[in-house]
Design a protein around this ligand. Structure first.
Ligand code: AG3
Length: 282
């Protein structure tokens, strides 16, 4: 019998992957964790049935989530990762000459399972990395730390879901106050071509930042295959690459950095990016 994993997006879209076998299934206090071995994409991590990464294309997501903000910053020494319990985002951050990386994930279970089944993902033994098992909302409201880059690698902002509070204007405001003067924050967003209104609403939550841009990249595992990221900064133009990679990359490149900010006109208009450009960079 053929086994298929069918990924659903807001009950209006489905995509399927043929499954070899279920490698792991378990429940934590926060969510259900499943790891599947699939024919096309290798191992896939699901949280509450939603695909978070696959072995085949996780580099496309993690490199775009991490290297765009990291290379837009002239000297990122202290980095905060919110979520990211699978280790992929911190692996990419640690390729930069950073001093301290703090990863705050609410669910220890995700870290443990990923350490076991996705050993190529994390660089958990790097002494620059500190892992805190904590609710990021609590962490950000109680810490006195200031970061150069904040990276949100959460699950989807589903109504009433674990990640919903992380996508609130209140959270973005708190994060703003924990960024250094050249600080940059990035968050993964929803698929921009499926639900422009939702992306716009989330994007508007970043209003506390003077500079907010949307960029995009391909991630075949995610619904629609096109994923978006919001990047917000206090003073840096995130389109400007301040440094170039001195390590190999498989998706990110200086040209991709530029291209990722070029949006189709309807999206550009919708987000009024143009207006902000004129205000900030003319
Ligand atoms: N976090 C964002 C995954 C979003 C996927 N959404 C979806 N499939 N509907 C990924 C975590 C990887 N570090």
């Amino acid at each position: 019998m053929e086994l298929w994993y069918i990924q659903d997006y807001i009950n209006e879209y489905k995509m399927g992957l043929k499954v070899k076998e279920t490698i792991f299934q378990g429940k934590t206090r926060f969510q259900e964790i499943t790891i599947l071995d699939t024919y096309l994409y290798g191992r896939v991590l699901l949280l509450d049935g939603i695909a978070q990464l696959s072995e085949k294309d996780e580099f496309m997501y993690h490199e775009m989530l991490v290297h765009v903000p990291m290379f837009s910053h002239p000297n990122p020494e202290k980095v905060l990762i919110i979520g990211g319990g699978d280790g992929g985002a911190s692996r990419e951050v640690l390729k930069h000459p950073v001093k301290e990386v703090t990863l705050v994930d609410i669910d220890e279970g995700v870290i443990e399972v990923c350490q076991r089944y996705f050993s190529q993902l994390g660089r958990w033994d790097d002494p620059r990395l500190t892992v805190l098992i904590e609710d990021a909302c609590q962490y950000i409201s109680s810490t006195s730390e200031v970061f150069d880059v904040i990276i949100m690698d959460s699950t989807d902002p589903l109504p009433h879901g674990v990640a919903e509070p992380l996508f609130s204007p209140e959270f973005f405001e708190q994060a703003f106050h924990h960024l250094s003067p050249q600080g940059i924050m990035v968050s993964q967003m929803e698929p921009p071509f499926f639900d422009v209104d939702r992306v716009k609403k989330l994007w508007e939550g970043f209003n506390v930042f003077p500079i907010v841009k949307l960029y995009w990249g391909l991630v075949p595992t995610y619904p629609g295959g096109i994923w978006s990221y919001v990047i917000a900064s206090k003073s840096q133009d995130p389109r400007r690459q301040e440094r170039v990679p001195d390590f190999p990359t498989r998706y990110y490149s200086p040209a991709i950095h530029q291209a990722a900010f070029v949006l189709p006109s309807f999206l550009e208009e919708m987000l009024e990016n143009q207006k902000r450009d004129e205000e900030n960079f003319s």
